[in-house]
Design a protein around this ligand. Structure first.
Ligand SMILES: *[C@@H]1O[C@H](CO)[C@@H](O)[C@H](O)[C@H]1NC(C)=O
Ligand SMILES: *[C@@H]1O[C@H](CO)[C@@H](O)[C@H](O)[C@H]1NC(C)=O
Ligand SMILES: *[C@@H]1O[C@H](CO)[C@@H](O)[C@H](O)[C@H]1NC(C)=O
Ligand SMILES: CC(=O)N[C@H]1CO[C@H](CO)[C@@H](O)[C@@H]1O
Length: 244
């Protein structure tokens, strides 16, 4: 569904970021990245700690839509991880997404100590580095709707206004999620969604979202839809409803 409507515009801050497009829509991630330069041995402690971590995230994430976990001791095969489901996704869908993300990412990044994978409904990330509570400035990509807005100048201003407003709601809220709409005149509406991973402080969520919104002019200027998707926050706007 998504793939037939859109084309991708990518800015790769991570060299290993690869995209899966087209085949088997629904299972394929939006994007993923194998983030570590180090590998672990298949049957070693890191492997078993990672598998424990993924199991924990599978149980921890669905009830609230966010899970964070750490297995092992610092500098001794410790694996840190988090999973975040989109704010409007229910526990069942969340669990399905996290389960799919776990099984896919270990296939896509075999034996890599760090990885991140994004779907429409969730994101999952793990690393030997302790990244919890820090803004992820490494992993980011853009997606744009190829269709042009009819009045780009006004449209861009409204996009920024809606996303800025939603950001100010999100970083002040416990869920660090906000979605809403703005009347564009006539029957047209603009729909927006913003979300942070909840390991961030409110001020870091604000910073992450402000940075993402500031990238709209460079990624998505004049386009009817766009996304800035990162490891700590993401924003999206469209002229059709895309959230529940
Ligand atoms: C690693 O695991 C595989 C399959 O689980 C097993 O066949 C193999 O013997 C194990 N190797 C070591 C060194 O433990
Ligand atoms: C969760 O959401 C999906 C998709 O919107 C829906 O089909 C399903 O019935 C929902 N499940 C529950 C328990 O609400
Ligand atoms: C959008 O506008 C650009 C620049 O004017 C043009 O090259 C492109 O073909 C347009 N895209 C669509 C889908 O109309
Ligand atoms: C569940 C599991 O495999 N835990 C291991 C993780 O790594 C530490 C070393 O830091 C081991 O002591 C644990 O047994």
């Amino acid at each position: 569904m998504y793939f037939s409507k859109f084309s991708f515009s990518l800015s790769l801050l991570s060299l290993s970021l690869l995209l899966q497009v087209g085949v088997g829509v629904g299972v394929d991630p939006l994007a993923y990245s194998c983030t570590s330069s180090e590998n672990f041995t298949p049957n070693g402690t890191y492997a078993s700690n990672l598998s424990k971590l993924l199991g924990n995230l599978y149980f921890k994430t669905p009830p609230t839509g966010f899970g964070v976990d750490m297995v092992g001791q610092y500098s001794q095969n410790q694996v840190n991880g988090l999973a975040l489901c989109r704010g409007d996704v229910n526990a069942t869908e969340c669990q399905t997404c996290v389960a799919g993300a776990s099984s896919e990412i270990v296939k896509l990044c075999p034996c890599n100590k760090g990885a991140i994978i994004w779907y429409d409904n969730c994101l999952l990330k793990y690393s030997d580095m302790d990244f919890i509570g820090k803004i992820d400035n490494q992993n980011k990509f853009y997606l744009v709707n190829v269709n042009n807005a009819s009045d780009p100048t006004t449209f861009n201003q409204r996009t920024i206004r809606l996303l800025s407003y939603l950001s100010s709601e999100a970083y002040a809220a416990p869920q660090m999620y906000a979605a809403g709409e703005l009347e564009l005149g006539g029957s047209e509406k603009l729909y927006g969604l913003v979300q942070c991973t909840r390991d961030l402080s409110s001020s870091d969520c604000q910073k992450c979202l402000d940075d993402a919104v500031s990238e709209i002019p460079s990624c998505c200027e004049g386009k009817q839809g766009g996304r800035v998707v990162g490891g700590s926050c993401n924003i999206r706007y469209e002229i059709y409803p895309f959230f529940g």
